[in-house]
Write a protein that binds this ligand. Structure first.
Ligand SMILES: NC(=O)c1ccc[n+]([C@@H]2O[C@H](COP(=O)([O-])OP(=O)(O)OC[C@H]3O[C@@H](n4cnc5c(N)ncnc54)[C@H](OP(=O)(O)O)[C@@H]3O)[C@@H](O)[C@H]2O)c1
Length: 331
């Protein structure tokens, strides 16, 4: 067997599940695989390339001999264990927000800023899922027409809050259909037949931390430290795939048709834009897909030189697992 010794921290979670799928589907060179989770999951087995791999409880000794470690178990676990993994000699691709804005940590979307990988000193950060989907569309616009302002509203799926949130949506939907009420445990409110503009914690200025991630991470990835990005992030009763309504003000004119051609030619994007035949991006057809779909491209009414469009992408795939594996492939 050739390849590297790979570890996944958070292997039993929503992102961990997709990491296993993407590593196998892309034939990532895995010589050995260590699956790590909380003590609750130790002893479980998860399938990988036809074998049943044992899940172990994460501890300080978990990274001996590991070349690449994918972390997707939340910020607290990353803050504690990523430095341990790096000290043990592993390159870490971290899905949490713990290190994303640190100056010496590259924040990478391979189609946009692959070059940043070269600056890594052990840790590479995977951006926020909504940010990854957004910058795939903003980068070509910036290159061709220059960005002045970005306004975005997100429609984020339950799985963005983890596997337990998906189970809460399913159980809450079944309960509601049976005329019963299931109190929310994982999410801030019942999501079944509902939505709420509340993802992550509220900050002093009234925006949420998720909305600030869209601002600060987009600036870092695009290398535009002054770019205004005004975001409103909404949780919707969809199982997987985030959608975003985007309006951009550009520095130079770009017609909707030019933008369509640009999007169609940009890596990672798929143009789905034929409203007359009810063709536009939607979560169901994009679930489990690698590409991010973009459509409803039109001249913005709010700005003289601007565009509005709609995008939709699988946030567990391109928004997390796929992007992380692409970063590891660059290494
Ligand atoms: N979901 C998304 O769309 C998405 C997208 C981008 C980034 N992310 C980020 O990825 C990370 C994981 O998200 P997720 O959605 O996959 O969450 P999740 O479904 O809740 O999974 C969490 C994982 O972390 C493990 N874990 C929890 N406590 C642990 C502990 N004390 N020690 C070791 N492992 C522990 C869990 O193991 P057990 O099963 O044993 O509890 C599980 O494997 C988060 O940082 C999240 O912000 C998520």
């Amino acid at each position: 067997m050739s390849g590297g010794h790979v570890a996944i921290v958070g292997a039993t979670g929503a992102v961990g599940h997709d990491l296993l799928h993407v590593l196998a589907a892309r034939d990532f060179p895995v010589r050995s695989l260590r699956l790590l989770a909380s003590p609750r999951s130790a002893g479980q087995r998860l399938p990988f390339r036809g074998e049943q791999v044992l899940v172990e409880a994460l501890d300080e000794g978990s990274f001996r001999g590991v070349d690449v470690a994918f972390f997707s178990a939340g910020g607290d676990i990353s803050r504690r264990f990523v430095p341990i993994a790096v000290d043990a000699g592993a390159a870490v691709v971290d899905n949490s927000s713990a290190f994303r804005l640190q100056a010496d940590v590259p924040l990478v979307v391979p189609e946009v800023n692959a070059i940043a990988v070269e600056l890594h000193r052990g840790i590479l950060a995977n951006p926020n899922c909504s940010t990854i989907l957004l910058v795939l569309t903003l980068a070509p616009l910036q290159r061709v027409a220059g960005l002045r302002t970005v306004v975005v509203a997100t429609y984020q799926a339950a799985s963005g809050a983890g596997q337990q949130a998906v189970e809460e949506l399913r159980a809450g939907t079944a309960a509601a259909l049976a005329g019963e009420e299931l109190p929310a445990r994982v999410l801030p409110h019942r999501l079944a037949f509902n939505l709420f503009p509340h993802i992550d914690v509220f900050e002093a200025d009234g925006y949420t931390k998720e909305e600030s991630k869209l601002l600060l991470e987009t600036r870092k990835i695009l290398g535009l430290p002054e770019l205004p990005v005004d975001a409103t992030c909404v949780r919707v009763p969809v199982e997987r795939c985030h959608s975003e309504a985007v309006t951009v003000q550009l520095q130079r004119p770009l017609s909707p048709q030019q933008a369509r051609e640009l999007f169609a030619a940009s890596p990672g994007l798929e143009l789905v834009d034929d409203p007359a035949h009810r063709r536009y991006p939607m979560p169901l057809p994009m679930s489990g897909r690698d590409a991010v779909a973009v459509g409803r491209v039109r001249a913005a009414r709010a700005f003289d030189t601007g565009l509005s469009y709609w995008l939709c992408g699988d946030q567990l795939r391109k928004g997390a697992a796929l992007n992380a594996v692409q970063i590891a492939e660059l290494l």
